[in-house]
Design a binder for this molecule. Structure first.
Ligand code: SF4
Length: 364
């Protein structure tokens, strides 16, 4: 029997063409598109404005495979981590973070682009778990639809307006899965569907220079964040192995090129690891490395991962690193801590098989 056609991940024009290939008018494609991406519906029988014969036909020939929610954990700060299962039973994690403590109506979604990660940063739970495969565009977008549906069910709120920004900072290196990542951004951005503005989308890379150069030429308004984590090659080679392929000089050139083409400031992410990269010496090196580029620096105090030797610096030491940058006139922020108690914070995603609800999080 012929495999059913996957509709999730199709763009508007592809959906219209598919309807024509089924002997239907193309406007039916627009209707199905809205049901999937605006309303998050994955059953053809719920698409009430389609004629009955078409719903039956679609059910025979097509499928909409949203990732299956296996588990969720809820942090005391409102952050939610979702463990999702894909068609081939592989598991990934997505995180939804409230944008303010007061109002639970606007959320940022952190998406994964790979199952595991081939980059293998020394301090990261995902890197430690190894690499299995790239995600398809439909699996990236599916994370938004499944998480959003669950969140709206829990909050009894309209799903369409809940997620107002997306960061590609979950499991995996997005620019090593370039085509699927880009396609998913186009789908998120389409105003007749999910309708998320490009300025509300951030891609985070560990320094995949080829991808940065390609992205620079896409003429998009998204934000690029580069995870630097070390201000010199000796240290960065140890923390971010991708640095052995693209050293800091090459990476800095790529960032400069990106900014000159796009006219958009790049964010530098710097995880603070106790006694590794958080001394005054590293702060000063960081300033001389990136001050000429006028990048924004986001400092991320490390979230400890079981089985890894890295530690979070003391509050005093975090503040002192921050102040050195600030006093040197750098645009710098200290990232607010979210979801640490449920291992949903940066670098803590691993989608472990033994994923359990612990006393730190609440099962739902
Ligand atoms: S920090 Fe990012 S790039 Fe590095 S191993 Fe983890 S997921 Fe991969």
């Amino acid at each position: 029997m012929e495999a059913k056609k996957e509709l999730l991940g199709l763009q508007m024009e592809e959906m219209e063409e598919l309807m024509q290939s089924l002997g239907e008018p193309s406007f039916r494609g627009r209707q199905v598109y809205k049901w999937i991406y605006q309303k998050g519906i994955n059953s053809f029988y719920e698409m009430s404005d389609l004629p009955k014969h078409l719903r039956t036909k679609l059910d025979e020939h097509c499928v909409i495979s949203m990732p299956r929610l296996l588990k969720q954990r809820v942090s005391h700060d409102g952050t939610r981590k979702y463990l999702l299962e894909l068609k081939d039973k592989k598991r990934i994690e997505s995180v939804i973070i409230p944008q303010s403590y007061e109002k639970e109506d606007k959320y940022t979604l952190c998406l994964s682009t790979q199952v595991g990660c081939p980059v293998g940063c020394a301090f990261c739970a995902t890197g430690k778990s190894g690499f299995q495969r790239n995600l398809e565009a439909y699996e990236i977008v599916g994370q938004l639809l499944s998480s959003r549906r669950e969140l709206s069910r829990k909050l009894r709120s309209n799903a369409e307006s809940l997620i107002t920004s997306v960061v590609y900072m979950g499991m995996g290196e997005p620019l090593l899965n370039y085509d699927a990542t880009l396609k998913s951004i186009h789908i998120l951005n389409e105003h007749r569907g999910i309708n998320l503005g490009q300025r509300h989308i951030t891609i985070s890379t560990a320094g995949e220079v080829n991808g940065i150069k390609r992205l620079a030429r896409e003429n998009m308004q998204i934000t690029l964040a580069v995870s630097l984590h070390a201000p010199n090659d000796v240290l960065r080679n140890k923390l971010v192995p991708l640095n052995r392929k693209y050293n800091l000089a090459v990476l800095m050139d790529a960032i400069e090129e990106y900014m000159s083409i796009n006219n958009r400031r790049v964010t530098i992410e710097y995880v603070l690891l106790d006694q590794i990269n958080n001394s005054e010496k590293e702060a000063r090196e960081l300033i001389s490395l990136i001050k000429p580029l006028n990048c924004h620096v986001n400092l991320i105090p490390y979230n400890e991962v079981k089985g890894l030797p890295f530690k979070r610096p003391s509050r005093l030491s975090i503040q002192s690193f921050y102040r050195i940058l600030l006093e040197a006139g750098m645009p710098v922020t200290l990232r607010e801590e979210r979801g640490k108690d449920i291992e949903a914070a940066c670098g803590q995603l691993a989608a472990r098989k033994e994923h359990k609800i612990t006393s730190a999080g609440n099962s739902s």
